[in-house]
Structure formats: structure tokens, C-alpha cells
Design a protein around this ligand. Structure first.
Ligand SMILES: [Ca+2]
Length: 350
């Protein structure tokens, strides 16, 4: 929010009496250097603005990197008698670039870094067939991000905070509409409904799947987010219970007590536990608990079953803060298609 009266050095800025008296300078690009601000002063503006965060231009964190020295720009503009408005471009996300740090999904490990594919598929607007809604004929794959996606909101707010820390006086969030396109000549049952996205439609439940370690055909899970198990019947199948794919599963060893565990690495708010078993291998006896940093705790209501006959078991629980979640079973063997922990907050990628 803008301050109503900002006193900086010898300059006193007051809100205008009439919006028609406001002069706003916008620059086709960021104001990142003093000469940009000096140019703006030609029209003696009350406000200088241009988005400081753009999804496609993040080789690194501009705002915290002393190389760019952005901290000095807003005070410099203030001393020239103008307020500086940073901004966040909300609408688009580009697969080939636009991630603030190196990651396992980037091909050359050089900036600009590629958006990790699980993140991109999470952020991007998808149609009713779960396909990405691509934008135009761009050389680089680009999509609208889903503004209703809490992960995307968190990502944008992350960059907003970075700009606040870099001394901006105000923030602007532009292009907040996701892209929707309907085939007006389509027939009933045969309309592509491009731009449909499940987050916008499913607003009754904003819970985020915090436990996906790989999805959409990605074979290898993210290295720093590996789940663990008591033992598997085949090598490394444990992550198949966390890949958002009902056709793949973790298969424990035979006999004994079995467990499977996901370690978030930091505290997550969990409000739903979703288990899915292959219909021909339903788990009868199991218990799910969480690690709060000190002890293993029961959810409320408690998740502890004997004689279960359902292949899908979904539990809404009181929101709790967990670092790990574990399923334990005394059945001779466990087949687990999915163990999804849904809750709040940005996922594991930042
Ligand atoms: Ca699976």
C-alpha cells in the first residue's frame, strides 16, 4: 500500500488531490539503473513503475543479489520526488526459463534456468483432459499460470516480499486473469474448453498435494525429496506411491511389519490424507501417523483401521503441522498406489 505521506530527506510527497493530476512514468522494462530514473524525471512523475518480477526473466534473484544493487533504486527515485512501484506479472509461465535457481531439470545448469517440470505442470493452466493450455505459437513453450493455484499464489507472493525487502513503495499485480477459450461452434460433449483448470473449478478444496515427488511421466523423483520404506519387493519402488499415478504402486516385501514414510524436510500443514490401493490388493490393516518434530502423533480423527475393504480411503483431518507422515501395516504385504498428503503452502521446490 502507498503511504499517504512519505517524507524522505528534503522531499515531502503528498497524495494528489485529483487523479487527473497524477503523472505516472512507465518504462518498457525494469527500472534497474539510475539513468532509467533520471530519464523518468523528464516528466516529473509522482509514480515510477514497471514490473520488477517477470516470470521469464529470472536467471537469479535480482532483488537480493548485490550485483544488481536494486535496493538503492527506490530510495534514489524517492529522493527525486517520486514513489516507486514494483510489480509482479501474474499471468504467464514459461517452461524453458523463469526459475530462480539451478535444478535437476535444467539441461545446461546455466541461467536462465528451466522451470522444474513438476512445478510447471502444477502451475500451468490445463484443459479438461489435463493437457497444458499452451499460448500462441511461441518459440518457447509458454502457458497461462492458474491464478487460483495456491502454489502459484505463494510463488508470486514470494517475489512480492523480495521486492518489499528491496524497498519498493508499492506493488502492482498485473494480468491476473487466466486464459480461457471456449469453442463457440463446438457441439455438446465435443468442446475443447481450453483454459479450463481444475483449481479454478475445484475451489471448494484448495488443498495442495504436498507429497508428489514426480508426476506426468517423469521417471526419476526429485533427489532431495525421497520417501523411504521398510523394504520393497522390487528396487526403489517406494516413490511410486507418490507419483500422482494410480497405475503405479509401492509393493512392500512379504511378511513382517511394513512402513512407508515421506519426509517433507520442513513443517507442512496437512489437512487431508488420501490413500489408494489397487482394487485387487486392498490393504486391510493400517495406521497413519505424523512426526511433529518431537514425537509421532495421531491425526484427529485417528487414522487406524482393521478390516478395511475400500480401495480409496480419504480422510479429512484437523489441520496439523507435520515434518513426516508414515503409514504402518501388519498385513503380509502392502500394495500402495498412492499416498497423498494434502494441505497448505508452497511445495518443496523453493
Ligand atoms: Ca502411484
Amino acid at each position: 500500500m502507498l503511504a499517504f505521506s512519505l517524507i524522505l530527506g528534503f522531499v515531502v510527497m503528498q497524495p494528489p488531490d485529483n487523479l487527473n493530476d497524477v503523472v505516472v512514468w512507465t518504462f518498457n522494462g525494469r527500472i534497474t539503473e539510475e539513468w532509467h530514473a533520471d530519464s523518468a524525471m523528464y516528466v516529473n512523475p509522482q509514480y515510477c513503475k514497471r514490473a520488477w518480477f517477470k516470470y521469464s526473466e529470472i536467471p537469479c534473484n535480482y532483488f537480493a543479489d548485490p550485483i544488481y544493487n536494486l535496493l538503492t533504486i527506490p530510495p534514489y527515485i524517492n529522493n527525486l520526488g517520486s514513489l516507486f512501484e514494483g510489480g509482479v506479472q501474474c499471468a504467464h509461465i514459461q517452461l524453458n526459463k523463469g526459475w530462480p535457481c539451478d535444478n535437476a531439470y535444467d539441461d545446461d545448469h546455466q541461467p536462465p534456468y528451466e522451470v522444474p517440470e513438476p512445478v510447471f505442470y502444477d502451475f500451468a493452466t490445463r484443459n479438461a483432459n489435463d493437457s497444458i493450455y499452451w499460448l500462441g505459437n511461441y518459440t518457447y513453450p509458454k502457458s497461462n499460470a492458474s491464478i487460483a493455484n495456491e502454489n502459484w499464489q505463494d510463488f508470486l507472493l514470494y517475489w512480492a516480499y523480495e521486492q518489499i525487502d528491496a524497498n519498493v513503495n508499492a506493488l502492482e499485480f498485473d494480468q491476473i486473469n487466466a486464459g480461457y477459450r471456449f469453442t463457440t461452434t463446438g457441439t455438446s460433449g465435443n468442446n475443447s474448453n481450453d483454459g479450463y483448470d481444475d483449481y479454478a473449478i475445484g475451489t471448494a478444496n484448495f488443498a495442495t498435494n504436498l507429497s508428489v515427488v514426480c508426476k506426468h511421466g517423469i521417471i526419476n523423483p526429485i533427489e532431495w525429496f525421497m520417501p523411504t520404506d521398510s523394504a520393497s519387493s522390487n528396487n526403489d519402488s517406494v516413490f511410486l506411491a507418490f507419483d500422482d499415478n494410480n497405475e503405479t504402486y509401492w509393493h512392500s516385501s512379504f511378511a513382517g511389519i511394513h512402513w512407508i514414510e515421506i519426509d517433507f524436510g520442513r513443517i507442512r500443514t496437512i489437512q487431508q490424507v488420501y490413500l489408494r490401493f489397487p482394487s485387487n490388493h486392498i490393504l486391510n490393516n493400517f495406521e497413519v501417523t505424523y512426526w511433529n518434530g518431537n514425537t509421532w502423533q495421531n491425526f484427529s480423527p485417528q487414522i487406524s483401521f482393521t478390516g478395511n475393504i475400500d480401495s480409496i480411503c480419504s480422510f479429512l483431518v484437523e489441520p496439523i503441522k507435520a515434518i513426516k507422515v508414515k503409514l504402518v501395516s501388519t498385513d503380509n504385504e502392502v500394495w500402495l498406489s498412492e499416498m497423498q498428503l494434502l494441505g497448505q503452502g508452497f511445495r518443496q521446490y523453493l
